[in-house]
Design a protein around this ligand. Structure first.
Ligand code: B12
Ligand code: SF4
Length: 471
């Protein structure tokens, strides 16, 4: 019989800010892996310790109770050490089990990760759907040889060896739908709904923003699923799990305009229930009136745009490939269509100064988005930003657990010291949350019973309190 696998989403979310905690989604990567393992006949289960709000100790206990042959953990940079601690517990108390780490962090810096985390036996780089079943088949006693499996990295004595690069999955329609039946679906929620799930329809991004890790897993070219395949998954999510809100996790939902229009038309043609709504993240340069109208008609209530900065100079330096005018235009068009908007900002990118921070403050006031997230530029290992910070000796710490961009700065910026960034973090949040129009609008909407506004207002109130507490 094939070895059994337990895939583990570590318990990380309690460490983030209020705004992050009010949304808990399924670990979609693990659900994709589980679906491929099921097709390959490998006994698999998922432990979403994050959604179940388990402690580290409880997570380890549940892993050991399941008696898996293989424990697969998923990590972003700030959760890599947490995964390693769980793996350490496994190796201590069940040494015969094999520990495998995958996800964006492992994909970006495999050598460093294996060197620093001795409790991890094997590491998977990039997409795992094809790699993991082959890896299982190549464990001692299996058919293949581990070091030859494409996408796998491991230690051989003191050396770290890498199997060849794994080609990207293409066409994506070949993948089975994520195995949501292995997850505690009743636990997932977003401000707008307690019946929440996520879908990824597009993989890869042609962008090259210096701070971003995305292309390391999904590559630099765009792969889209067929609109029919995406719509079928959404119908499945509704039918089998009662999902009422979907968040598209695609890096750039509308970057392929004709595909986005086709998907929206497909969703409308299928006559999805009116109470099935969705939201998506896309670049500000990918939307126009027609695309936004189609998205709204197909059920899109909220669009998230990466603003990053109000300074054109900075947008160019980070290779965002977007103009300030395009950002303003995108927000205006979305509001005209009646779609709510969320903006993401990043303070402290190379070249940031008081002047550029002022420009960002002005832009936030101008675009008047409904929700806002202000973060600090964080140099994730393997990105151009990390290389810049390292070269200029600006890294304040290499403690990966502190690389949570909502919490603190982990990088010095020669033209914008941490105190200045914190000051503008406060000023921008204050200007946003405490602006009179916003308070009135949110209060009215909350009185009308808008659940999304109520929850976001709760997060907003927490942020505002923090702002006032800090003076
Ligand atoms: C959804 C999401 C979240 C959700 C997570 C919800 C959930 N339960 O999954 C939330 C909002 C909680 C979140 C939080 C954060 N996120 Co986030 N998030 C994403 C996003 C948009 C999608 C992730 C996803 O599901 N992808 C789809 C699946 C299919 O891909 P995948 O998870 O990578 O899995 C595949 C492979 O990686 C691999 N794989 C993954 N795990 C494993 C495990 C094994 C054993 C194997 C073999 C293979 C394998 O196989 C999978 C299938 O191909 C990505 C962007 C992106 N495009 O991926 C950012 C992203 C992962 N997030 C990022 C960041 C920075 C964060 C935060 C640190 C932000 C912050 N607050 O500071 C926090 C981390 C929380 C914390 N406190 O530690 C960065 C990670 C950068 C880095 N180097 O770490 C990304 C890449 C965004 C970016 N532009 O850079 N995030
Ligand atoms: S456009 Fe978005 S996903 Fe693409 S590289 Fe830039 S930040 Fe990353």
């Amino acid at each position: 019989m094939a070895p059994s696998i337990l895939l583990v989403n570590p318990p990380y979310q309690s460490r983030t800010e209020a705004i992050a905690q009010i949304s808990v989604g399924p670990p979609l990567g693990l659900a994709y892996l589980a679906a491929s393992l099921e097709v390959a006949g490998v006994p698999v289960d998922i432990l979403d310790a994050n959604a179940l709000q388990l402690s580290e100790e409880e997570t380890l206990r549940r892993v050991l109770d399941a008696e898996p042959d293989v424990v697969g953990l998923t990590a972003v940079t700030p959760t890599a050490d947490l995964c390693a601690r769980i793996a350490h517990g496994v190796k201590t108390l069940r040494p015969e089990a094999t520990t495998v780490l995958g996800g964006i962090h492992a994909s970006m810096v495999p050598d460093q990760t294996l060197a620093r985390l001795p409790s991890i036996d094997l590491l998977v780089r990039g997409e795992g759907e094809r790699t993991l079943p082959e890896l299982v088949d190549s464990l001692p006693g299996g058919a293949g040889k581990l070091s030859r499996v494409a996408g796998v990295s491991l230690r051989k004595g003191k050396r770290i060896v890498h199997g060849p690069r794994r080609p990207l999955v293409d066409p994506l329609d070949d993948l089975p739908f994520p195995a949501l039946h292995l997850l505690p679906m009743e636990r997932y929620r977003a401000p707008e709904s307690d019946h929440f799930s996520t879908v990824i329809a597009v993989r890869g991004c042609p962008g090259r923003c210096i701070y971003c890790s995305c292309p390391w897993v999904f590559g630099g070219t765009l792969r889209t699923r067929s609109p029919q395949n995406v719509a079928e998954e959404i119908e499945r999510d509704r039918r089998e799990f009662g999902v009422k809100l979907i968040s598209f996790l695609d890096d750039t939902f509308a970057v392929n305009r004709s595909w986005a229009l086709e998907l929206c038309h497909e969703l409308v043609d299928r006559g999805l229930p009116d109470d099935l709504r969705w939201k998506a993240l896309t670049r500000a340069d990918t939307v126009d009136k027609e695309v936004l109208a189609a998205m709204h008609e197909a059920g899109c209530d909220l669009i998230e745009f990466g603003i990053e900065s109000g300074s054109q100079k900075l947008l160019d330096a980070m290779r965002k490939g977007i103009t300030v005018e395009q950002i303003k235009n995108a927000f205006t068009l979305a509001h005209d269509e009646g779609i709510k908007t969320m903006g993401f900002l990043m303070l402290g990118l190379p070249g940031e100064t008081q002047e550029t921070l002022e420009e960002t403050l002005q832009l936030v006031q101008e675009v008047d988005c409904d929700y806002l997230q202000v973060s600090f530029a964080t140099p994730y290992p393997g990105t151009g930003l990390h290389a810049w910070a390292e070269k200029n000796d600006l890294l304040q710490t290499d403690d990966w657990e502190r690389y949570v961009f909502l919490n603190e700065t982990v990088m010095e910026n020669p033209t914008a010291p941490p105190e200045l960034l914190r000051e503008y973090w406060q000023r921008i949040n204050r200007a946003f949350y405490l602006r009179p129009g916003y308070v009135v609008r949110q209060t009215l909407a909350a009185l009308k019973g808008d659940a999304q506004v109520r929850t976001m207002a709760w997060a907003g109130a927490k942020t505002a309190r923090r702002l006032l507490d800090r003076g």
